[in-house]
Write a protein that binds this ligand. Structure first.
Ligand code: GDP
Length: 208
């Protein structure tokens, strides 16, 4: 069977210092440093990977240095098919900000002409102790995801390389499933946007 090639744009958003750049560097370059210099402006990294029968050219967009709501331009959101919303398990304010990031994402994507993007929540720095707010919510995270429109959530550590590959695979499989569904429906040859409300099954991220 001929390999299909997809180009997926995925955003990485969340408060300053939660580990967005570190997650991208870990995933793309298999590298972690405690001292990344903050880049100002939108930055993106490309990774080409094979998943099942397909080749994916994955663009991970970092918002480096612009972590304020309303600050991001439409170019950043345009054509995005997926997003990671990241918080730091040791800083409750970053968890409390997740809802706003998700709402901002949905608003901006629809304002830039797109439909809702597939979003996965990342509880990063899981190598550190959870702070009280996140610890209290820990048992209700699946419900939190359902309420706020996340496909799933993962505890990750860019430092210790925990669950980053799994989270990316989960998001990509979800996007691919929607993609295939639309390809079959429309007979199109390019990666279309997700239709709002579509929720195809994601076998990679089914939890025990
Ligand atoms: P960003 O502002 O969200 O892009 O965050 P950075 O990637 O710049 O990370 C902020 C700080 O958190 C840096 O000092 C990183 O080394 C540190 N950091 C990032 N990820 C982790 C992690 O998984 N565990 C720990 N302990 N520190 C991390």
């Amino acid at each position: 069977m001929q390999r299909r090639e997809h180009r997926y744009k995925v955003l990485v958003i969340g408060d300053l210092g939660v580990g967005k750049t570190s997650i991208i560097k870990r995933y793309v370059h298999q590298h972690f440093s405690a001292n990344y210099r903050a880049t100002i402006g939108v930055d993106f990294a490309l990774k080409v990977l094979n998943l099942d029968q397909d080749t994916i050219r994955l663009q991970l967009w970092d918002i480096a240095g612009q972590e304020r709501f309303g600050n991001m331009t439409r170019v950043y959101y345009r054509d995005a098919l997926g997003a990671f919303v990241v918080f730091d398990v040791a800083r409750s304010c970053t968890f409390e900000a997740v809802r706003k990031w998700k709402e901002d994402l949905d608003d901006k994507v629809s304002a830039s002409g797109g439909k809702r993007v597939a979003a996965v929540l990342l509880a990063n720095k899981c190598d550190q102790d959870r702070d009280d707010t996140f610890a209290k919510n820990y048992g209700r995270m699946e419900q939190f995801c359902r309420e706020h429109g996340f496909i799933n959530w993962f505890e990750t550590s860019a430092k210790e390389n925990i669950n980053i590959d799994e989270a990316v695979t989960c998001l990509l499989r979800h996007i691919m499933a929607s993609d295939t569904e639309l390809l079959q429906t429309d007979g199109m040859n390019i990666s279309p946007k997700l239709d709002s409300g579509r929720s195809p099954p994601c076998s990679a991220c089914l939890r025990p």
